[in-house]
Design a protein around this ligand. Structure first.
Ligand code: MV4
Length: 447
């Protein structure tokens, strides 16, 4: 059994984890940087430890400080949240060596999925559909040309150490490839200390649909349906929903079964997600596996009426799964409210919250760490609230979202609320006519 949990994170997810711990009656330790002294996670945890100055590198990513904080407070487990140390396999190994339970998957699972070429090979061997491309790493431009001509242009050059859209380049023909190969390799080396590249055929006009997975330490793995995440901008998701308008019961069970097979292949436990590209003919292809709890997990929680964080903690302490798979019960939508100016290219806009009113009512959930008088530090991500609405139908959830966005008052900073208000009335969104390039094609202000 876990007796005390240190939360190696900040912001809304730190609060979300504290709430789950309180329900489970497990005491919590918050860590914070000097910039987060006035943050709510510091106020709501049972104990607190300052782990360094404002920069993430010196605080939330500082492994010796985090481990020392766990040791001086006698915390026997660490919840990493998302980002920061959540997918750092050496951190998991260090936790294990110190007798601390890492609340997440094994170091081996994280490592396998972190190398995108190894991940793809593992999935292919497990019977999960993958995009046609090279068999692993492509060493020379000559080999790259040969493969590109076999599968046909356009292709994507992808860094094996990339992910989330980083280290990726579109190539349309041999001439472009001549320049792009060495450039992408060089960029991968500088960004990730690993120059290795692989090749994939471009799947155009596709959607980003991901399957939520949950495994325990006894070898049981289930899937908890899909989330539609195609409304993104520069690889930052803005709106997520469950279920997806294009996923039929048959497609859900094929994608879900494929995802479970993939997770089995790496002996996965804890919550995880397999991201798929889904094309216009409803073919689906493995993209990446996220070996963490994700920002958008509340969409699945509200669609199925479950608590993924409580389940994650119980799994880490060795309990068997207590959730059953089920078809979606409700339609849930999440809008990410960021401290960004949507009229100015979504530029980060930190500042002080002068006044604040959260929406509420039946089918409305707000996960947020902000309060009146709080100053958003400029050093971390710009997410200030996740607004989730849920109803028996998609129309109902959209209607609730419109009301909730209208009720939401945040003064002192600019936010993405006006963007979401437009989207909730946008005929394309309402009809489900979206794909991952949607926000690149249109100007949201003119919707
Ligand atoms: C692709 C693709 C099309 N074809 N791979 C972007 C993030 C990373 N997970 C992989 N990504 C893509 N891989 C093939 N073979 C298109 C994307 C992509 C994308 C995927 C999901 C959501 C938004 C996206 C935006 C641009 C490109």
């Amino acid at each position: 059994m876990i007796k005390k949990i240190l939360i190696a994170n900040r912001g809304e997810i730190a609060l979300r984890i504290i709430r789950a711990c309180k329900e489970l009656k497990i005491p919590t330790v918050a860590v914070y940087s000097t910039a987060d002294k006035t943050s709510l996670h510091v106020r709501f945890a049972d104990e607190v430890v300052c782990v360094g100055p404002h920069s993430g590198k010196e605080s939330y990513l500082n492994i010796p400080s985090i481990i020392a904080a766990a040791q001086i407070t006698n915390a026997d487990a660490i919840h990493p949240g998302y980002g920061f140390l959540a997918e750092n396999d050496s951190f998991v190994e260090i936790c294990n060596a110190c007798g601390i339970t890492f609340i997440g998957p094994s170091a081996e699972s994280i490592k396998k999925m972190g190398n995108k070429s190894v991940a793809k090979e593992t999935m292919r061997n497990a019977g999960v559909p993958v995009v046609p491309g090279s068999d692993g790493v492509v060493d020379t431009e000559k080999d790259a040309k040969k493969i590109a001509n076999e599968i046909g242009y356009p292709i994507l050059l992808k860094a094996v150490a990339g992910g989330g859209g980083k280290g990726m380049r579109l190539v349309n023909d041999d001439t472009e490839l001549e320049k792009a190969f060495s450039m992408t390799k060089y960029e991968a080396e500088s960004a990730f200390n690993n120059p290795d590249l692989y090749i994939e055929k471009l799947v155009a006009g596709s959607r980003h649909i991901e399957i939520q997975l949950l495994g325990d330490k006894h070898g049981n793995i289930i899937h908890l349906n899909e989330r539609e995440c195609s409304i993104q901008r520069r690889h930052q998701k803005l709106i997520e929903e469950a279920p997806s308008t294009i996923v039929t019961n048959d497609l859900r069970s094929s994608m879900g079964n494929a995802a479970v097979l993939g997770a089995m292949a790496v002996n996965y436990f804890g919550p995880g997600t397999i991201e798929f590209l889904v094309d216009n003919n409803r073919n689906f292809y493995f993209m990446e596996m996220n070996t963490r709890i994700q920002v958008e997990h509340p969409v699945t929680e509200e669609s199925l009426d479950i608590d993924l964080i409580k389940e994650q903690i119980k799994i880490a302490s060795g309990e068997k799964l207590s959730i059953q798979p089920s078809e979606p019960k409700m339609h849930a939508i999440e809008c990410r409210i960021n401290a960004e100016d949507p009229y100015n290219d979504f530029r980060p806009n930190p500042g002080t919250i002068e006044s604040l009113h959260f929406p509420g009512g039946h089918g409305v959930r707000v996960d947020s760490h902000i309060y009146t008088g709080y100053t958003i530090p400029p050093y971390y991500d710009s997410l200030v609230a996740k607004l989730i609405t849920f109803a028996p139908t998609r129309e109902g959830a959209i209607a609730k979202m419109q009301l909730a966005l209208d009720e939401f008052v945040i003064e002192g900073i600019k936010t993405t609320i006006p963007f979401h208000q437009k989207m909730m009335q946008n005929p394309d969104f309402i009809a489900g006519n979206i794909d991952t390039k949607y926000l690149e094609r249109i100007d949201w202000k003119t919707l």
